[in-house]
Design a protein around this ligand. Structure first.
Ligand code: GL5
Length: 822
């Protein structure tokens, strides 16, 4: 072991009592000297901040050692550009990764503080909308855990994803305020600030020389947070940019009494990092969004180019030392910005600049939904980023020329970076594709569909470029921390080392029939359900029995995710229970949670319907013991950590071909929930691993969906052929669940009858039958626990460490740290 690794693991090697004493004095010092509070006067939030600051010191030791080592060895570094990082809380995870959970709990206890309780007042860092942002957070932790040197670049939004309230069954949005009491994890880096230009003009200043003179300039200031990996071996850095005005106040305007004008520039500049766009899988068309995209992309590239130049004195070897990963198309402008830096600031010629750009950048696609593929009007890009528009035209001309020469009959219109059909728009996905050496999808099905659909022409032009890396989740947060009961059982059965090598859970499979293991599992699940039941009672006012089946759908609310299918089937079940109350129904609670984009009317109407159905069902005494429906407000990472370990059934019911991968599906399966799902995204790979007997599959396949869309069956015919459906739709449309406003759902149902685009009606019967199979499985509890064991035992492959290993080896060409040091 060298000095560096000694230093890294120092925190873990103290004798337990010494360590507790040391932590106590560290906490007290922070309380006294950083917060100015005496222990007797300290409130819960003071203890939390003192605990975070004490923990952060340990993280810094690891962080500095990691940084020093990666500089000393000149290893290749990954730069992960993402407009979203959906982090959640950090204290429990950081303590766990540092091996400090036990001693910190004891230290706090001896100071009269309940650590798990104060952990719950840490605000969630909700700098993301859904899976894409959460994936970025998992990958930052997994890179730290597997020793891949990395910097994550994003925006430090003042306001993360809105807070969702439910009032009279409807979603209301309130601003989120995670920074209102400062963020104790971060460090402001004044020295790392860059000028970001917008607008202005471009002029030739010599042969091949161009000068861009922006009309407006804002500052991007860096805020760094360490992300510590498992056992505190390594740390990555999350570097988030905040926008600041060059001139915070116009004294001239102020002195003339123009108070608004005096801060106009400041407001315009700072708006860039003010708020996260609450859109999931749909582009926001606002100019501000494009400004955000360029702002963080340009700051990140200037930063990494500057660092590289300082370290190596030249940019010739950029691709050897830096891998830039674009998390979706939001940072696609990186292609043009890197070209600009190389051409205009570092005086490379076009060919060399292009070679470096292409060899450095790679791009992950996260959705094929046509409405989600980002495009920007050429006129807007030209006005805001004139030099970049020139460069994009330059890339396009050379690219189309090369294709034309190679294959004269290629479909240039669909290959072009410019869409000429809809008023000339820049296709950000094409820009990212052409500018990258590798493009990946996020599940096997999704990557294949990329080749066949949206990227079919580009795939023909670059047959080697598309590859697949199925998503992964960090087992530290989603198993070890979220489900300590199950973790303990796994450690007993598979050995303590499962925490280090999640692959060892495989051995759990051999115990699927062991009654004692099954009983332990049942007890663990029951405890988790009890914890969730308390929150349900608090937040929804509904009492649920932990003995019943917890049937859970938690995710963004979107038509393709088909919460509507779930709630319509719930109504059918409710009707069936009422008409045959003495049948042997599997008692269930249907748990929903999720946010809808604020401008997505249909999704909001679906939330309203779920709540209205809940109000009726939960007050009906005939179904009282057998069916409950709850919608937990304000879904976020912390709530997911509570819900997932308590789930018996995981609803992954998207229209096949529409969910790129899903990652919630992996979290549930690893925690032993049974999936009811379509053959979509990573559900397919979960099924392949756990085995067809241990998953409940229904519905049309992606191929069948394609055919069904080309030749849609009239809804009336589908409804006629589907038992129960007509009655359910009539009841909803007629106001049975909205007696105060009878036509509240008339449009929602009419929409389905007119165009069942997401095949809710088509898949209804298949889903209903699948749910009856679930009833039967639940009745045979030994079988259920067997399935649960199989799910946990075979889902280690969905670890983010495996996914990062694939990126490192096949895309970034960086050796993982442990291997490199061994
Ligand atoms: C998403 C996809 O919709 C998910 O299927 C996928 O698991 C996730 C991460 O790859 O990316 N795309 C997207 O825009 N959001 C997603 O969750 O928000």
């Amino acid at each position: 072991m060298n000095d560096l690794s000694d230093k890294r693991t120092a925190a873990v090697h103290f004798e337990p009592d010494d360590q507790v004493d040391r932590l106590k004095s560290e906490i007290l010092r922070k309380l006294t000297y950083s917060l100015g509070k005496a222990p007797a006067a300290a409130q819960a939030h003071d203890w939390l901040t003192a605990g975070i600051l004490a923990t952060r010191d340990h993280a810094i030791d690891v962080w500095q050692a990691s940084t020093k080592e990666s500089y000393a060895t000149g290893r290749k570094r990954v730069y992960y550009l993402s407009l979203e990082f959906l982090i959640g809380r950090s204290l429990a995870d950081t303590l766990n990764n540092l091996g400090l959970t036990e001693p910190m709990t004891r230290a706090m206890r001896e100071l009269g503080v309940d650590l798990p309780e104060i952990e719950t007042i840490e605000p969630d860092a909700a700098l993301g909308n859904g899976g894409l942002g959460r994936l970025a957070a998992c990958y930052m932790e997994a890179m730290a855990s597997t020793g891949v040197p990395a910097l994550g670049y994003g925006i430090r939004y003042d306001h993360g994803l809105f807070k969702q309230g439910i009032e009279n069954g409807r979603q209301i949005e309130r601003p989120e305020d995670w920074l209102s009491f400062r963020n104790p994890w971060e460090f402001e880096r004044r020295e790392a600030s860059y000028r970001i230009g917008f607008g202005g003009s471009v002029a030739a200043s010599g042969p091949d020389q161009v000068v861009w003179t922006p009309e407006e300039t804002v500052f991007a200031v860096a805020y760094d947070t360490p992300v510590v990996g498992w056992r505190g071996r390594d740390s990555t850095t999350l570097r988030l940019w905040r926008a600041r005005a060059m001139h915070p106040l116009s004294l001239d305007a102020f002195n003339k009494g123009d108070l608004v004008g005096a801060v106009a520039e400041r407001n315009r500049a700072e708006a860039i990092s003010k708020v996260l766009y609450p859109n999931d899988s749909t582009p926001a068309g606002q100019e501000l969004r494009l400004r955000q995209e360029f702002f963080f992309t340009s700051a990140s590239l200037q930063d990494l180019v500057h660092r590289h130049h300082r370290q190596f004195g030249s940019l010739d070897n950029l691709a050897e030392k830096a891998a830039i990963q674009l998390n979706d198309t939001h940072p696609s402008l990186a292609v043009a910005e890197l070209m600009r830096l190389l051409l205009d600031e570092h005086k490379f010629n076009w060919e060399k600049a292009w070679e470096i750009t292409n060899a450095t950048i790679s791009y992950t696609n996260h959705t094929l939904l046509p409405e989600a593929l980002e495009t920007w009007p050429v006129a807007l890009v030209e006005r805001l980023l004139p030099r970049h528009m020139q460069i994009i035209f330059g890339i396009n001309a050379r690219f189309l020329d090369a294709v034309r020469r190679r294959s004269p009959d290629a479909d240039l219109a669909s290959l072009s970076l410019i869409d000429e059909h809809h008023g000339r728009r820049v296709r950000m996905a094409n820009l990212a594709f052409v500018g990258s050496h590798t493009v990946n999808g996020v599940s096997a099905l999704h990557s294949n569909l990329m080749k066949e659909t949206v990227f079919a022409q580009l795939h023909r032009a670059f047959p080697e470029r598309i590859t697949n890396v199925t998503n992964g989740i960090t087992p530290r947060r989603w198993l070890l921390n979220a489900n300590p009961g199950l973790t303990r059982l796994l450690q007993e059965v598979c050995g303590e080392a499962v925490a280090d090598d999640i692959g060892l859970v495989r051995q759990f499979g051999a115990h699927a029939d062991d009654r004692a293991v099954q009983e332990r599992l049942a007890a663990i699940r029951r405890d988790n359900k009890l914890r969730l039941a308390k929150v349900i009672q608090q937040d929804c006012g509904v009492v649920v029995d932990p003995e019943v089946l917890f049937d859970v759908q938690i995710k963004r609310v979107h038509e393709y995710k088909r919460q509507l299918l779930n709630i319509l089937e719930t109504i059918a079940l409710y009707n069936a229970i009422r008409s045959e109350p003495y049948r042997d129904w599997a008692p269930r609670v249907k748990v929903f949670a999720g946010k809808a984009a604020s401008n997505y009317t249909t999704a909001k109407s679906i939330i309203n319907l779920i709540n209205d159905v809940a109000a009726v069902v939960n007050n009906d005494i005939t179904t009282r013991d057998r069916l409950k429906v709850v919608f937990l407000p304000n879904y976020n990472v912390s709530l997911a950590e509570l819900i997932i370990p308590a789930a018996d059934l995981s609803e992954q019911i998207s229209t096949a071909g529409m969910e790129a991968s899903g990652t919630g599906n992996m979290k549930f399966a690893l925690n032993g929930a049974i999936t009811i799902g379509t053959l979509d995204g990573a559900n397919i790979e979960i099924g392949e691993r756990v085995g067809a007997d241990n998953i409940v599959i229904f519905g049309l396949t992606a191929d069948e969906v394609e055919i069904a869309k080309r030749n849609p069956r009239p809804s009336a015919e589908v409804i006629r052929a589907t038992p129960h459906l007509e009655g359910v739709l009539d009841a909803v449309a007629g106001g049975a669940y909205s007696p105060g406003e009878r036509d509240r759902y008339a449009q929602l149902v009419e929409g389905l009858r007119l165009n069942d685009w997401f095949l809710v009606l088509r898949d209804f019967e298949s889903y209903h039958q699948a749910q009856r199979r679930v009833d039967a499985l639940w009745a045979d509890r030994a079988r259920w626990w067997q399935m649960s064991v199989a799910n946990t035992a075979h889902c280690a492959w969905f670890s983010a460490d495996r996914a990062i290993g694939e990126y490192a080896e096949r895309i970034w060409h960086v050796p993982a740290g442990q291997a490199a040091r061994a």
